[in-house]
Design a protein around this ligand. Structure first.
Ligand code: GLP
Length: 278
C-alpha cells in the first residue's frame, strides 16, 4: 500500500483528483468505480473544476457506483443516485448510458446483482476504484463480518453505520436498514484502488485497515491483499497510524532515490513512482 498523508482535506482531495485525471489522460475510456459519502465531495468538486477549466474529458468514461440504499428511488435526495447526479454527473460530459449505480428499487435483487457484476466484467473491469471508509472500517456497505470474497448483494447495515449516516436524513428512523453493495471481492478486482479518509473520527478505522490484521471485521483491511492501493489520508485520519514517519519519509524522499522496480502487471505508474522519478 502507498500511504500518502496530506495536511488537509483540501490537499487530499486535490491529490485524489490528480490520480483520477492522470488515469483518464492515460486511458480516456477508463472505467471508474465511484463512492459516495462526505469524503469524496471535494474530489468531485475538483474533477468538475478540472473538466470546466482544464478540459478533463469524461466523454468515453464509464462509471460504476459502489452501493445504494434499498427502498430509495433515484429521485430521493438521500439516494446515492441523487448524490452522484447532484455532485458530479450533471456537471461533466459523461454520457448517461455509461453511468451505472446499483438500483435500490429493483423487484429482483438477485438478478440485478448478477447483472451488475456482469456489466463490470463486460466493461473491461474497473481501472480505478475510489473508496471511502466507514468508522467501523467498512468499504462500500461491506459491514463487519462480510466475506472478503463477497460479491454484489444486499447487506444489512450495522447500527453504527445507521447512526453515522443519520446526519443525511431528517430522522434516524428514515435511514434504510438495507443496502445493495458491491462485495469486497468485487472491489478487489479493480486494477487500482484509491482509498480516501479524512478526519480524526476515521483514525481508528484507518489504522486498523492499513496496519491491523486482515480481517472481515474491518473489511477495508482486505485492501492489504491488493497489489495497487493508494491510501490518501489527511492528518486527522492518519492520527492513529504508527508508521507515519516511514510513510512520510517515502513520500518526501525524492532526490537520488533508486528507481522502483517496474511491476510488470501494472498498467499505470503509482504516485510514489512519480515522486521517485521527479
Ligand atoms: C457510507 C458509504 C461508504 C462511505 C462511508 C463513509 O457508508 N456506503 O462508501 O465510504 O459511508 O462516509 P463518509 O465519507 O460520509 O464518512
Amino acid at each position: 500500500m502507498e500511504v500518502l498523508i496530506s495536511e488537509s482535506y483540501d490537499e487530499m482531495s486535490k491529490a485524489a483528483a490528480q490520480v483520477v485525471a492522470k488515469t483518464l489522460n492515460a486511458k480516456p475510456n477508463a472505467v471508474l468505480g465511484l463512492a459516495t459519502g462526505s469524503t469524496p465531495l471535494s474530489l468531485y468538486k475538483e474533477l468538475v473544476r478540472l473538466h470546466r477549466n482544464e478540459g478533463l474529458d469524461f466523454s468515453q468514461v464509464t462509471t460504476f457506483n459502489l452501493d445504494e440504499y434499498v427502498g430509495l428511488t433515484r429521485n430521493n435526495p438521500q439516494s446515492y443516485h441523487y448524490f452522484m447526479h447532484h455532485n458530479l454527473f450533471q456537471y461533466i460530459n459523461i454520457p448517461a448510458q455509461n453511468i451505472y449505480i446499483p438500483s435500490g428499487t429493483t423487484d429482483n435483487y438477485e438478478a440485478f446483482c448478477q447483472w451488475y457484476e456482469q456489466r463490470i466484467v463486460d466493461s473491461g473491469g474497473i481501472d480505478l476504484q475510489i473508496l471511502g471508509i466507514g468508522t467501523d472500517g467498512h468499504i462500500a456497505f461491506n459491514e463487519p463480518s462480510s466475506s472478503l470474497g463477497s460479491r454484489t448483494r444486499i447487506k444489512t447495515l450495522a447500527q453504527s453505520t445507521i447512526e453515522d449516516n443519520a446526519r443525511f436524513f431528517d430522522k434516524p428512523e428514515d435511514v434504510p436498514i438495507y443496502a445493495i453493495t458491491m462485495g469486497v471481492g468485487t472491489i478487489l478486482e479493480a486494477d487500482r484502488i484509491l482509498m480516501l479518509a479524512s478526519g480524526d473520527n476515521k483514525a481508528k478505522a484507518v489504522a486498523a485497515a492499513i496496519e491491523g490484521p486482515v480481517t472481515s471485521m474491518i473489511t477495508a483491511s482486505a485492501l492489504q491483499l491488493h497489489q495497487d492501493v493508494i491510501c490518501l489520508v489527511d492528518s486527522g485520519a492518519a492520527a492513529e497510524l504508527t508508521m507515519t514517519d516511514y510513510y512520510r519519509w517515502i513520500q518526501d524522499k525524492q532526490p537520488g532515490a533508486p528507481q522502483t522496480v517496474p511491476r510488470p502487471h501494472f498498467r499505470k505508474k503509482s504516485i510514489v513512482d512519480r515522486y521517485l522519478e521527479s
